[in-house]
Design a protein around this ligand. Structure first.
Ligand SMILES: [Zn+2]
Ligand SMILES: [Zn+2]
Length: 268
């Protein structure tokens, strides 16, 4: 079983627990490599991100934990940078690049919050066509490496988060499949690993990780590498669903790697 987790939020952004509590819990669960990845500051996301004036305090808090846990657990200071977010202030070991928002005509719409927001975006910009919203999302996802300079692709198909509960669009629709394949092909060229993210399962939004199994299998067949992450927003969801998801991912041919974040704290 995998005992590392590089997608972890704390109360510096929208997590429930402090970095110290997350580290203690992780160590008790057997984690040997732990990466913090709070939401990088973004002016349109102030409810969820690290406040602009707390970025250095966040890095300092994680640096303190690195020292405190040295020899027992390796700790890394990462950040989850949104596609439209500014470059984070501070010193980071790695960056997760994610799309949480669509920018349409200068306005930001969250893709993973409430179905009404996606419907509003569809109505105002795409004549009510929710698949067109998904297409716009995947065009944005394809830009993640260039705009966020990330080391890891975050939750590739987040736009489908609300689908199991709210049936927003058909994930088998050829337009949807074409949209994610185009983004996947572009990202595969980058050579960056994709995360397999169990956060939506832990919070009972969906029964599959990000990316969904069919997308994961597509990526695996084309040689993608994967890092298993929980996207934990509290100590109770660290490593959530890891054994079952790891097993299924391997059955689908996924090349699961240990995240290449070197001992010097820099990604290789
Ligand atoms: Zn995210
Ligand atoms: Zn996250």
């Amino acid at each position: 079983m995998i005992f590392e987790d590089f997608h972890v939020h704390t109360d510096f952004s929208d997590g429930a627990d402090s970095p110290a509590v997350m580290a203690e819990t992780a160590c008790r669960l057997g984690v040997r490599r732990l990466g913090f990845s709070d939401h990088g500051y973004a002016p349109y996301d102030t409810d969820c991100c690290i406040p602009e004036d707390r970025q250095l305090a966040y890095c300092a808090a994680v640096a303190g934990l690195k020292r405190r846990w040295a020899g027992r657990m390796e700790i890394f200071c990462g950040v989850e940078r949104d596609l439209y977010g500014p470059a984070p202030a501070g010193d980071y070991d790695y960056v997760i690049g994610s799309v949480h928002y669509l920018e349409l005509d200068g306005e930001s719409f969250t893709v993973d919050w409430e179905p009404e927001i996606l419907r509003e975006a569809a109505d105002r910009f795409f004549g009510g066509d929710l698949l067109a919203v998904a297409e716009a999302y995947y065009r944005a996802v394809a830009e993640v490496p260039a705009r966020t300079h990330c080391d890891l692709i975050g939750h590739f198909d987040l736009v489908s988060k609300l689908n199991e509960r709210h049936g927003l669009f058909d994930v088998q629709d050829p337009r949807y499949v074409a949209a994610w394949r185009q983004a996947a092909d572009r990202l595969l060229e980058s050579g960056l690993p994709f995360e397999i993210n169990t956060g939506g399962m832990a919070r009972r939004w969906r029964t599959e990780p990000y990316p969904a199994w069919d997308i994961l299998a597509y990526l695996a067949r084309r040689g993608a590498q994967f890092v298993l992450n929980s996207d934990a927003h509290s100590r109770t969801t660290l490593l959530s669903h890891f054994p079952a998801v790891e097993r299924r991912a391997r059955e689908l041919g996924a090349d699961l790697i240990s995240f290449p974040c070197g001992g010097d704290g820099r990604t290789n």
